[in-house]
Design a protein around this ligand. Structure first.
Ligand code: MRU
Length: 361
């Protein structure tokens, strides 16, 4: 696999090694996924997460499945089904699994080698798209800066859409990394992203490593910052985008988009084509939204004074909690979709004409 920053890689024995994202930023540990079932657990428990990486790990899960069963049979199909169902919202998972199955079905020999090659190919291809997204997004940042008196830009992002989520520059963070490479003075407002705090834990960690100025904010701060001219643009990633351009992303994205619209701040979503679900038109009514354990809302994870990772209860023990993982931002609130094929306004006709070759027949 190519690329500078990868949260997953193949070992000499042909297993998948991943950075354990549940431990960041406090501990940098890896986990080796040796079986298809390991990949299901890693996806479900969010040892790895982020739409792009979920898709890549799903692809390697199919490779590990065929390595175990040697041929396409009932056992293989049930392993693949478990991978496909491990998380419901990020469509990159279903896309990658379908691509793997199609490749395997087109071959009758050397299935293990072919599956490994295809999983690597999918991963490399996603990394290549991320680099192109970086360039298109940085062009937008440059354009916004042209209209500003000061020569620095404040970008707000939600959740983590960096290289931990999409190889190898991310999606929402890719334009920010590229802007820094171009010498632009960029500062990022990092939404903490409750309940799992992917912003505070992962985005802040990535930005810090790259020396990019950033400030972590409580999730409800964005609106206030926007009212006071402290945000020049918003960029988020996506987990599934409908054919008409509605965007499912981490819960809370919709509220940021509403606030951006009210304050006339451009709101961009960065995604590779693998995040489109061309079978779905109306995102709000058709995109499946994951519901996760209420414990993620009720407990916070952090490091204690002994340097150990600890979970603590922050609510009354028996109060119920509800934990939707994602929400859908309707297309009318989105300024543009930054893809590897350019920046597109979220209009069905434009999306279809840009991705005509990928539409279902
Ligand atoms: O629940 P997660 O951490 O997998 O959610 C991730 C996000 O919502 C990201 O913003 C999204 O995957 C875009 S980056 C590919």
């Amino acid at each position: 696999m190519n690329g500078k920053y990868r949260p997953i890689w193949i070992t000499k024995k042909g297993f998948l090694k991943v950075i354990d994202q549940t431990k960041l930023p406090h501990k940098q540990e890896t986990v080796t996924l040796k079986t298809a079932e390991d990949t299901v657990i890693a996806i479900k428990d969010m040892i790895i997460r982020g739409a792009g990486v979920i898709g890549c790990v799903g692809a390697f899960g199919v490779y590990l499945a065929i390595r175990e069963t040697k041929k396409i049979n009932e056992n293989f199909n049930s392993k693949v089904e478990a991978i496909r169902k491990s998380r419901p919202t990020a469509v990159n998972l279903m896309w990658a699994v379908d691509k793997m199955i199609e490749t395997l079905k087109n071959n009758s020999e050397n299935l293990v080698e072919i599956a490994l090659a295809e999983a690597i190919n999918i991963t490399d291809e996603e990394a290549r798209k991320s680099k192109i997204i970086a360039k298109y997004g940085a062009d937008i940042i440059e354009d916004i800066l042209k209209d500003k008196e000061e020569k620095s830009i404040n970008i707000l992002t939600h959740c983590n859409a960096g290289w931990l989520a999409v190889l190898d520059m991310g999606t929402a963070l890719a334009p920010i990394y590229e802007a820094k490479n171009r010498g632009i003075d960029v500062h990022v407002w990092v939404d903490e992203t409750r309940p799992r705090n992917q912003g505070a834990n992962l985005t802040a960690w990535e930005l810090k490593k790259e020396g990019i100025k950033h400030t972590i904010i409580a999730d409800n701060t964005g609106g206030h910052l926007m009212q006071h001219d402290l945000v020049d643009m918003v960029i988020t990633g996506a987990d599934r985008v409908s054919r008409q351009g509605d965007v499912a992303n981490k819960i809370g994205t919709y509220l940021k988009a509403l606030s951006a619209k009210d304050n006339k701040i451009p709101f961009y979503v960065a995604l590779p084509s693998s995040t489109f679900d061309f079978n779905i038109i109306d995102g709000i009514n058709e995109i499946p939204i994951e519901t996760r354990s209420e414990d993620e809302v009720k407990y916070m994870r952090g490091i204690n004074s002994n340097g150990e990772l600890e979970e603590i209860l922050i609510t009354p023990k028996n109060s119920p909690a509800l934990n939707y993982g994602f929400d859908v931002t309707p297309r009318r609130l989105i300024t543009g979709l930054i893809t590897e094929r350019g920046v597109i306004r979220p209009i069905q006709r434009l999306i279809e004409s840009k991705f005509r070759d990928l539409l279902p027949v």
